[in-house]
Design a protein around this ligand. Structure first.
Ligand code: FES
Length: 217
């Protein structure tokens, strides 16, 4: 039988237990990780929209060039969920046979990585599509004639237009390939200056006479 003394003792200890329980719960919820830490946005669409750079007919002859801007969309760990960055690019027609599409610019999912070839309306086109961000320290490079490359960039060994960077004088030849470890053979060999590798390629398709950039980086 429960005596009166035990009942009083039980009543006294109840508030203490309640306080201890409250403190314990607060401590646990403080230590416990947040339930949903910055969940990634769920998207059904690819992050990057296709960018039509132009038509092959715009590249009537070797070394014709066209500038473009590709808006790269990436996941960002903020409330906005994504960020858009404009990346400058060049598309250049190079002479047929200077590069081989079977070994240069083989990209994922059947895409071309920086270099592709297409037959269109009785002509064969060999097209290089790269970022203008210099692979050395990120300046924006230009497209120059051989004379400009020789007088301004300390490289006189070429007879064709090239990409050349004003910051530390790297020169890239779009019509030559270079092996980039871990990536493969890419167009845009470094022929002079400190750049460690070719320009960064865009992944693109040549469809119905159009150059369509799909992604970058
Ligand atoms: S950033 Fe282009 S050569 Fe240095």
């Amino acid at each position: 039988m429960i005596d009166r003394r035990s009942i009083v003792k039980g009543i006294t200890i109840l508030p203490l237990l309640a306080v201890a329980g409250g403190i314990g719960t607060a401590l646990l919820s403080y230590l416990k990780p947040t339930w949903k830490p910055l969940a990634l946005p769920v998207t059904e669409k690819p992050l990057n929209e296709d960018k039509i750079v132009g038509t092959l007919e715009e590249f009537a002859k070797d070394y014709d060039v066209k500038e473009f801007i590709f808006t790269q969309v990436t996941v960002e760990y903020t409330a906005r969920g994504r960020a858009a960055t404009d990346v400058l690019g060049y598309a250049v027609r190079v002479p047929n046979g200077s590069l081989n599409a079977a070994e240069v610019g083989v990209g994922p999912n059947g895409l071309r990585r920086g270099y592709g070839e297409a037959d269109y309306k009785g002509q064969k086109y060999s097209i290089v599509v790269v970022s203008r961000i210099c692979a050395h320290l990120g300046c924006i490079f230009q497209y120059h004639t051989p004379a400009e490359v020789c007088s301004g960039f300390n490289y006189c060994g070429g007879k064709t237009p090239m990409f050349s960077c004003p910051c530390h004088l790297s020169v890239y030849d779009p019509a030559q390939k270079q092996d980039v470890p871990g990536v493969g053979q890419l167009a845009g060999k470094v022929v002079s200056g400190p750049a460690p590798r070719t320009p960064f390629p865009f992944d693109f398709a040549l469809e119905d006479g159009k150059i369509i950039v799909k992604s970058y980086g």
